[in-house]
Design a protein around this ligand. Structure first.
Ligand code: MN
Length: 254
């Protein structure tokens, strides 16, 4: 997949689609589109309304504009056919964060704002799942299945204006999060500029662009729907797993 992204040529792909065997989408099981990226970069709270929300809760008050980004473990990636598996940790809330994923196409270092959009291969839905608390963020956000991405990658040329993409997330049919990328604090070009000021970006790298307001707990048996206009939608089951217990989670969350 990384080679496919690095060497992507739409005409060649479309010619193969036209001549090759096809199967209905409903008959296949889709995996997460980039299972082995070089890295998953994630921006924290990145919409003005969510910053206000976080001041009231037990969650941290990191702001994307001044605090930069973090990483999620690549092994936390899961796909549209996979459930979100809650760890066997008692007394802690696990929250959903509804986010647009950027998939990098052309890599690079110190990419300027003016060139940033040229480095985007495409977009996908992403749920940034997290145990709330004060432990290291990478640990709280890196359980297996805590980064569903999919259901596919919509290539950048299919998105008219990345600064005007609507996204929403429902739990059990109730709207929890609704936002538009026009309200991002750090916009998409700046996210690429900031990340690439530190690290070389490679084809297939994923950037989680930060959550809007409305984060809330998910529990065993919930059904999560994430939909991003022009990009795609995923329906994910929430289940309780048997792995994940450790004394590090025994202290209070706040
Ligand atoms: Mn997030």
């Amino acid at each position: 997949m990384l080679r496919f992204i690095a060497n992507f040529d739409r005409a060649t792909v479309e010619a193969r689609i036209a001549s090759g065997p096809c199967r209905p989408l409903a008959e296949v099981r889709l995996d997460t589109p980039v299972a082995w990226p070089n890295k998953v970069i994630a921006y924290p709270a990145n919409y003005h309304a969510h910053i206000e929300e976080m001041k009231d809760g037990l969650v941290s008050t990191f702001k994307t504009g001044g605090q930069g980004f973090f990483l999620k473990a690549n092994s936390s990636l899961s796909g549209p056919a996979d459930p979100i598996v809650l760890p066997a940790v008692v007394g802690r809330e696990v929250h959903h964060e509804c986010e647009l994923a950027i998939v990098i196409g052309k890599g690079g270092r110190d990419i300027g704002r003016a060139d940033a959009l040229d480095h985007i291969f495409g977009y996908a839905c992403l749920v940034d799942v997290v145990i709330r608390g004060r432990e290291e963020r990478v640990m709280r956000k890196s359980f297996d299945s805590f980064c569903p991405v999919g259901p596919w990658i919509t290539t950048a040329d299919e998105i008219a204006d990345p600064a005007n993409i609507a996204l929403e997330l429902h739990i059990n049919g109730a709207l929890r999060q609704s936002a538009n990328t026009r309200d991002l604090i750090v916009d998409i070009p700046e996210m690429i500029a900031m990340a690439s000021s530190v690290m070389t970006l490679f084809p297939g790298d994923i950037i989680a662009t930060g959550t809007p307001a409305g984060v809330a707990p998910i529990t065993d048996g919930d059904v999560l729907d994430i939909a991003i206009a022009g990009v795609g939608a995923m329906r994910l089951a929430i289940v309780r797993g048997t792995a994940g217990a450790h004394p590090v989670w025994d202290k209070p969350a706040s």
